[in-house]
Write a protein that binds this ligand. Structure first.
Ligand code: XIL
Length: 301
C-alpha cells in the first residue's frame, strides 16, 4: 500500500496522529492527515482543562472539529486523557481528598458518557508513575486521594463506555526498567482482580537522552503476554536523515512483531507541528514533504 494507514490496515492495525483542532483549516495539514492516517488523537482538546473548564460544566466545543473531521474521513479516535496530573483546570488543581476524588469520577463519567460508542480507546489514566528508580507512583493531587484512584478511574470509565478499550498510558516505560516494571505489576494485579483494563499505551517520545530501547519489542511483548493490547501512542524520534529513519523502522518492526500491538500514533504531522520546539522528530518536514523517516516507516509496515 502507498499510505501509512492503508499499509497498517493490511495487518489489521491502524496508523494515527495527534491532531490540533486549530490546524484543520491548513490545507497542507489536512491533506496529509486525510491521505495518511486512519486514527486521530486530540493533542489537547479532550484533556480535563478543555472539557471541564469549570466544575461540572462540560464543554466539548474544542474537540468538536476533530471529532466531526474524523467522522467524515473514516478516522477512528483515541480518547486522551481522562485522568492526568497535568492540564487540569485550575479548580481541580487546588482540590484534594474526597472532593477531588468525586470530581475525578464525575469527570470520567460525564466525558466518557458523552463520547460513548465513538472512541476506539481511552487513555483513562496518563503518567501516574514516578521517573525515579524505585517504581513508585508519581506524587500528585490525584495520587494523594488514595492509591486506589487508578482502579476507580478504570471502573468508572468501563461503566460509562463499555465499548471503548481502556488504556493506561505513560512515557519512559518503553523498555524494561523500574518504571515499566511498576506499571507491569499494576496491570498484572488489575488482571488478577478483575479491574477493567484492555491496553497499555507506550508514548515513545525518543531523543538522544532517551533512545529507542534495545528491548523495546520484548517489553511490548511482556505486556501483551498479560492478556491485553499494547499501542504506541505518541511516537516522535528526535534526529534526522538515515539514523532517524532507521529508528522509526525499528519501532514499526517491534509493533508488527507483537500480535497484540494494535497500532502506532505519531505525535503530530510535520516537524513544525511538533510539541518539541525547534525539533525535527516527525515524518514530514515543515513544508509537508515526506522525510526519509516517512519512507522507512512505510516500508517497514
Ligand atoms: C502535549 C501537547 O503536545 C502540547 O501541545 C501541550 O502543550 C502539552 O501536552 N505526554 C502526553 C501528551 O500525554 O498529552 C503531551 O502533549 C505530550 C506528553
Amino acid at each position: 500500500a502507498t499510505t501509512l494507514g492503508a499499509s497498517a490496515a493490511a495487518t489489521g492495525r491502524y496508523f494515527g496522529t495527534a491532531v490540533a483542532a486549530g490546524k484543520l483549516s491548513d490545507s497542507t495539514y489536512a491533506g496529509i492527515l486525510d491521505r495518511e492516517f486512519d486514527m486521530v488523537t486530540a493533542e489537547n482538546e479532550m484533556k480535563w482543562d478543555a472539557t471541564e473548564p469549570s466544575q461540572n460544566s462540560f464543554s466539548y466545543s474544542r474537540a468538536e472539529p476533530i471529532v466531526s473531521h474524523a467522522r467524515s474521513h473514516n478516522q477512528r479516535i483515541r480518547g486522551h486523557a481522562l485522568a492526568w496530573h497535568q492540564q487540569q483546570p485550575g479548580w481541580a488543581q487546588s482540590m484534594s481528598g474526597t472532593a477531588l476524588r468525586n470530581a475525578m469520577v464525575n469527570h470520567i463519567t460525564q466525558v466518557a458518557t458523552h463520547y460513548r460508542g465513538q472512541i476506539y480507546a481511552w487513555d483513562v489514566v496518563n503518567e501516574a508513575f514516578d521517573d525515579g528508580g524505585n517504581g513508585a507512583r508519581r506524587d500528585s493531587n490525584l495520587q494523594r486521594t488514595g492509591n486506589d484512584w487508578i482502579e476507580v478511574a478504570f471502573r468508572t470509565a468501563r461503566a460509562a463506555d463499555p465499548s471503548a478499550k481502556l488504556c493506561y498510558n505513560d512515557y519512559n516505560t518503553d523498555g524494561q526498567n523500574a518504571k515499566s516494571n511498576a506499571v507491569y505489576a499494576m496491570v498484572q494485579d488489575f488482571k488478577a482482580r478483575g479491574v477493567p483494563i484492555d491496553c497499555v499505551g507506550f508514548q515513545s517520545h525518543f531523543n538522544q537522552a532517551s533512545p529507542v530501547p534495545s528491548d523495546y519489542q520484548a517489553n511490548l511483548q511482556r505486556f501483551a503476554n498479560l492478556g491485553l493490547d499494547v499501542q504506541i501512542t505518541e511516537l516522535d524520534i528526535e534526529g534526522s536523515g538515515q539514523a532517524q529513519a532507521d529508528n522509526y523502522a525499528r519501532v514499526v518492526r517491534a509493533c508488527l512483531a507483537v500480535t497484540r500491538c494494535n497500532g502506532i500514533t505519531v505525535w503530530g504531522i510535520r516537524d513544525t507541528d511538533s510539541w518539541r520546539a525547534g525539533g525535527t522528530p516527525l515524518l514530514f518536514d515543515g513544508n509537508g514533504n515526506k522525510k526519509a523517516a516517512y519512507t522507512s516507516t512505510l516500508n517497514a509496515l
